[in-house]
Design a protein around this ligand. Structure first.
Ligand code: DI6
Ligand code: FE
Length: 395
């Protein structure tokens, strides 16, 4: 298949959007065979089946690299409570927050979890998302953690999307238990069981005053390493606890949130190649005022990704385009950085090297937009200019 008359934002190469005007993309099976200016099309490809894109913009398929889309219930009441002045941490310490979603998730069957997640997944697909990360972490008991991961994998069987799963048993401590016994008796055995069932692509944790200390997360990461699984971490979201340095020490794929990270954190992330996953939806929802150190990430050359963090508590957000707009407006990321954040760098945050750019050999996952320039993808608020998606080479 040849996609002709396209403006291509390859997001590959030195220029951040790698724009090619009047370009052609050749796909065969599920792979990109060739992409470049129309005048340079190799002779061997001239006869392929042509689709004229009439000057539309083509980007890599979008990647949402941090979500909790599988969960039971909602927390609209906590949204109201925060508007009345309650703080996220107070609500969590009073037994609301993550633990209240745990109650609702435990009560849901696998089918119910899938059914509840699908409208959120469909909203992401409608904006050109082709790869989606989904975390567990609202079970905090063996059965429900496994059920969440099975529900996540099931979504990839009934929708045209690649799902990558992260085990987030170390998300919160269930009520009536202390954190260390929870880790030893429930979380780590659940990780082993989930891994034995082939349900885990990466291991995540929440390193925070209301969650787990760096010493506790270290035990989870040691376990992940023994199983040969890569790690990532919710770090420095509400306070500075040293999670980022720990993540870098373990060569984590990503450290996520990072509002309270500092210049030294950015420096160690640069040496470990850890991606900074920026989550403006949580910053916005929690009325946070401390912005992540974008300028330090830029200066140290830390790749930045952007994700929805779609979850019922701190980020009930199902739009990656709005996330890009927030990255630009709230954090002064450039529109080019925002696009790289939902494509190339989001792929890196998942340890995926076969997607996120338009290049020979990459997966043929593309988003085709009714816009003239990639900056328009960050510019509008609440408008979806997606024309069509190409998933695994299928238009
Ligand atoms: N940080 C977050 O933003 C989500 N998890 C986490 O560790 C929020 C989880 C929730 O409030 O339900
Ligand atoms: Fe999260």
């Amino acid at each position: 298949m040849l996609l002709t008359n396209a403006n291509i934002a390859t997001v590959a190469g030195p220029a951040e959007t790698g724009l090619i005007e009047n370009g052609i993309i050749a796909c065969r099976d599920a792979q990109i065979l060739w992409a470049g200016p129309a005048a340079a099309l190799p002779d061997t490809l001239h006869d392929d089946d042509r689709h004229d894109l009439q000057g539309r913009l083509v980007t890599p398929g979008l990647i949402d690299c941090h979500t909790h889309v599988v969960h039971g219930g909602n927390r609209a009441r906590e949204f109201e409570m925060r508007l009345e002045g309650a703080r996220y941490e107070e609500i969590a310490r009073a037994g609301g927050g993550i633990v209240s979603t745990v109650t609702q998730t435990r009560a849901a069957s696998e089918e119910a979890l899938v059914a509840a997640a699908l409208p959120r997944v469909d909203a992401l697909i409608a904006e050109g998302v082709t790869t989606l990360e989904i975390k567990s972490g609202y079970g905090l008991e063996l059965d429900t953690e496994l059920r969440m991961l099975r529900a996540a994998r099931r979504i990839a069987e009934i929708r045209p999307i690649v799902v990558r799963t992260s085990f987030l048993g170390a998300h919160a401590t269930p009520s009536g238990m202390d954190a260390d016994s929870y880790l030893d008796e429930i979380c780590l055995p659940a990780l082993e069981a989930a891994h034995a069932e082939g349900l885990v692509d990466a291991v995540d944790g929440f390193c925070e005053g209301i969650a787990f200390t760096p010493a506790q997360i270290r035990r989870v990461f040691d376990h992940a390493r023994a199983l040969g699984l890569p790690v990532k971490l919710h770090a420095e979201q509400l306070s500075h606890t040293g999670g980022t340095r720990l993540a870098a020490e373990f060569g984590a794929l990503s450290a996520d949130h990072l509002e309270y990270a500092d210049d030294a954190d950015a420096a160690v992330m640069a040496t470990s190649g850890t991606v900074a996953v920026i989550l403006p939806g949580a910053y916005y929802t929690l009325h946070e005022t401390q912005a992540p150190p974008i300028e330090a990430f830029r200066r140290h050359g830390v790749p930045m990704a952007l994700a929805t963090d779609c979850n019922p508590g701190s980020s009930p957000l199902t739009s990656l385009l709005l996330t890009m707009n927030m990255g630009a407006t709230l954090f002064r990321m450039t529109p080019a950085e925002c696009l790289a954040g939902v494509t190339r760098n989001a792929a890196l945050a998942l340890g995926l090297h076969d997607r996120g750019t338009i290049a020979t050999g990459a997966r043929a996952d593309l988003a085709i937009w009714d816009v003239e320039h990639p900056r328009e993808l960050s510019y509008r608020i609440g408008f979806n200019p997606l024309w069509k998606r190409v998933y695994g080479g299928e238009l």
